[in-house]
Design a protein around this ligand. Structure first.
Ligand code: CUA
Length: 317
């Protein structure tokens, strides 16, 4: 029997090593205190013949400096080691590899909806390839949820109104539990019935192909681009002076306040919902906000469409 769930991602053994080390050090320190407590309690009990210094005050003064320094410096060093170690693990957890497979997650009461880059959708079950980094861009349609796969030691809050990200590289094929780790209402427990299915890369590719549609998300996004009237300003024949979206995704964007941001998912989403927050340099802040008019799913599809223009130079129609 094992205390921890299987360690099935590249980062899992690193989290485990840190966890075991911190638990071991604190257990040893706790035991040392306990042993000293019992030993001194017995040795210096009332009426025991143990040697007591004639001048206690003077002896204590001499010992005090050494004792104070020891129990300040030793724990300080131990904590700093734990801090540096944890930071090292945290930084790796935070930075997804550049070639990670993108996946999009919308949580809502009470289910997980997943969308693969090609537009294939799944509910409560997510298929991913073994040995490849996967990067989830997640948002919630209502309250705070939390995406938690214990076997990957991967957990990230999923918040309404913004994107959070999580990445992992599965190292074992198999079925793994997916939980919602944030109480999100009456049927929160239902979101704990999710499943992550890790497949061998070839098998995964076959599964993905079997789901149809190479580019459904981007194609649907292209339709939305016209339906929501985006093309009226950002399109090829627009009379309005609006930024060109061809070749935009992943590039740096100079803003009117002099700073620069990268045109990633976060920036595109904010530009649709809060267009005055980051206005591209050289453009008037005239775009209307689409807050409350467009679902998170549709935003993902619009972003998929804009992403599909990343390598083009022609303005969309
Ligand atoms: Cu979603 Cu708890």
């Amino acid at each position: 029997m094992s205390v921890l769930p299987p360690a099935a991602s590249t980062l899992a053994p690193r989290f485990d090593a840190l966890f075991v080390a911190v638990t071991a050090v604190t257990t040893l320190a706790g035991l040392a205190v306990l042993v000293a407590l019992v030993y001194f309690g017995v040795r210096y009990r009332a009426g025991s013949p143990a040697y007591r210094h004639e001048d206690m005050a003077q002896a204590q003064r001499r010992a005090r400096i050494r004792v104070e320094v020891a129990w300040t410096v030793v724990p300080l060093l131990l904590f700093l080691v734990a801090f540096a170690w944890a930071t090292w693990v945290y930084v790796q957890r935070d930075a997804a590899p550049a070639n990670a497979v993108p996946l999009y997650v919308v949580a809502k009461q009470w289910m997980w909806t997943f969308q693969h880059e090609g537009g294939q959708r799944e509910i409560d079950v997510l298929h991913v390839p073994r040995g490849e980094a996967v990067k989830l861009t997640m948002t919630s349609q209502d309250v705070i949820h939390s995406f938690f796969v214990p076997a990957f030691r991967a957990k990230q809050d999923v918040l309404p109104g913004r994107y959070t990200q999580l990445w992992f590289t599965p190292t074992q094929a198999g079925h793994f539990h997916l939980f919602c780790a944030e109480y999100c209402g009456t049927e929160h427990a239902r979101m704990g019935a999710g499943e992550l299915i890790v497949m061998e890369p070839l098998e995964y590719q076959r599964w993905l192909d079997g789901q149809g549609s190479g580019n459904a998300a981007a194609a649907h996004g292209g339709e939305l681009f016209r339906e929501y009237g985006c093309s009226g300003c950002h399109g090829a024949n627009a009379a309005v002076h609006a930024p060109d979206l061809a070749g935009l995704y992943g590039r740096p964007v100079p803003l009117s306040d002099g700073s620069t941001v990268t045109a990633d998912e976060r920036y595109l989403r904010d530009s649709i919902l809060l267009p005055r927050k980051e206005v591209a340099a050289g453009y008037a802040p005239i775009m209307p906000s689409f807050t409350g008019q467009i679902s998170e799913q549709d935003i993902f599809d619009l972003i998929a469409y804009i992403r599909s223009l990343a390598e083009t130079t022609q303005r969309p129609r």
